[in-house]
Design a protein around this ligand. Structure first.
Ligand code: NAD
Length: 499
């Protein structure tokens, strides 16, 4: 059986007495075991980081940027193999895995320009002979705790900016698909990153708790489900750390009566069912405005759902593959049971789906619910599977209220030809990332990513300038060089002014 070790101080390290199965979701079989580290494992990674970080922070930013350029080249050269690894543990189709890697590389590209964003501020002559400069220094040692659903993109969101700004970074990836994140260690090393600056420790809650409580870890970036995000942020803040914690989502697509329904259905099919719905920016809720829109939309959705092709993650014709584990398949199906019990109309039932020749795989057929009500638990919770729920709204105001009042506020989209309605919606909706005729409004790397409400704990987003802000501390220096040298001024007993 293949064993997945940690990557610490530039090499593979075996540490920890427990392990966890890593499945091939296509067959349902165990394909590897990942060693779950403990506090002693983390200590090794922190010790390596402590040793390496000062030298890395003192390396000038353009040299750090060169490591990012080289890393990008190496990942691009291996992208087919990396996508294969990713798909084999996650279950998403190969083209989608390449997209996962590519979105991560876009953050690395942003990091290639890090000298430009670290230039800081300067005021010449803020007072008599007084100059002020402010610049950003790395926080020191940071940690990233990541979810299973983007095992390339999300580690790169965090590691790219943390490393380019001069930090050491310890990654704790999901124990469900850890092979690709561990591989990033070898790639950074080959790109010229000094040993110890980037480590990967595998584990579960025990490792996460060790990270939150470690006194030498200054900042934690988390992406995953909301209860865990809330736990990590509150305990991390209590320990005096900087924490950003992105949580779950339930994104709505509002369909105005004037929308181009053919385009909407094409967009919805991909955004609701792509990656088997296992995306925090998926669109699992659709809100048609008016019964005529709902009827027309439902009529067009049915053949589109019937045409969806489910296959293994290596099938080039598949629209989506299996979900990540048997437990997740069971959870999704239990939510379909719940929707039925709550009185929603199950129009397409994806329960009990099997793929011929792959009967042990974790496949879930597409499901469509209509007449879902905001009071239903199956609407309030994140299902994170190939399940689309229609919630009918009588008018624009009701459609605006639904995502605005939902516990999650990650993304939302409006489909319309009416610029005024789109503008009103974008301005008033209580959600962090808004798409206008764009189904998955994930900001590009030089903007910042992050939702509102229970989709994000902490104020600072991922990547872009907010990422730089998160991984650095501002230092402001006020200096005076009086004529004749220093130390020739009288004592001042009042607050100094610049007069
Ligand atoms: P998860 O919360 O189960 O796991 C995320 C990480 O936390 C993993 O590394 C895991 O080992 C660790 N973890 C799990 N349980 C823990 C516990 N009790 N205590 C401490 N650590 C724990 O999430 P997941 O199932 O891997 O990923 C799916 C979730 O992530 C969905 O809710 C999805 O919406 C969310 N997500 C959010 C974003 C975003 O940017 N908002 C992006 C991607 C995924």
């Amino acid at each position: 059986m293949r064993i997945i070790d940690h990557f610490i101080g530039g090499s593979a390290v075996s540490s920890g007495t427990r392990s966890s199965d890593v499945f091939d979701p296509n067959s349902g079989k165990v394909q590897a075991r990942v060693t779950l580290g403990d506090a002693a494992t983390l200590e090794q990674a922190v010790a390596a980081a402590r040793k390496a970080q000062p030298g890395w922070a003192a390396t000038n930013p353009q040299r750090r940027a060169r490591v990012m350029f080289k890393f990008k080249e190496l990942v691009e050269a291996e992208i087919d193999e990396l996508a294969r690894i990713l798909s084999s543990e996650h279950g998403k189709v190969l083209a989608d895995s390449k997209g996962d890697i590519q979105r991560g590389l876009e953050v690395i590209e942003f990091c290639c320009g890090i000298p430009h964003v670290l230039k800081g501020e300067y005021t010449h002559g803020a007072g008599p002979g007084i100059d002020i400069f402010a610049h950003r220094q790395p926080v020191g040692i940071g940690a990233g705790i990541t979810p299973f659903n983007f095992p390339a993109m999300i580690p790169m969101w965090m590691a790219g900016v943390a490393l380019a700004t001069g930090n050491a970074f310890i990654l704790k990836p999901s124990e469900r698909d850890p092979t690709l994140p561990v591989r990033l260690g070898a790639l950074f090393r080959a790109a010229g990153l000094p040993d110890g600056v980037f480590s990967v420790v595998n584990g579960d809650k025990e490792m996460v708790d060790a990270i939150i409580d470690h006194p030498d870890i200054a900042a934690i970036s988390f992406v995953g489900s909301s209860d865990v995000a809330h736990y990590i942020s509150s305990r991390g803040w209590a320990n005096g750390k900087r924490v950003q914690a992105m949580g779950g989502a339930k994104n709505h697509a509002v369909i105005m009566p004037d929308a181009d329904l053919d385009a909407v259905v094409r967009d919805l099919a991909g955004a609701a069912f792509g990656s088997a719905g296992e995306r925090c920016m998926a669109l699992p809720v659709v809100v048609p405005v008016g019964d005529a829109t709902a009827a027309a939309l439902r009529a067009k959705l049915l053949p589109a759902i019937a045409a969806l092709r489910i296959g293994t993650s290596t099938d080039p014709d598949a629209d989506y593959g299996p979900v990540v584990t048997a437990a997740h398949k069971a959870r999704i199906e239990s939510y379909i049971d719940m929707g039925v019990a709550e009185g929603a109309e199950l129009v397409v039932d994806g329960r009990g789906y099997t793929l011929q020749g792959h009967e042990g795989g974790f496949f879930v057929g597409p499901s469509l619910f209509d007449h879902v009500k905001p009071t239903m638990q199956s609407y309030k919770d994140e299902i994170f599977g190939p399940v689309l729920q229609i919630v009918r709204a009588a008018d624009f105001e009701e459609a605006l209220r639904l995502p605005s009042e939902h516990q999650y506020g990650n993304g939302v989209a409006i489909f319309t030809r009416n610029g005024h309605a789109a503008r009103e919606f974008a301005a008033r909706v209580n959600v962090g990332m808004v798409g206008i005729n764009v189904p998955i409004p994930v900001p590009v790397a030089y903007h910042s990513f992050g939702g509102w409400k229970r989709s994000a704990f902490g104020d600072i987003g991922q990547h872009g300038m907010e990422g730089v802000q998160f991984w650095t501390k501002r230092k402001t220096v006020t200096g005076r060089w009086p004529d004749g040298g220093v130390g020739d001024t009288a004592s001042a007993f009042v607050i100094p002014t610049m007069e």
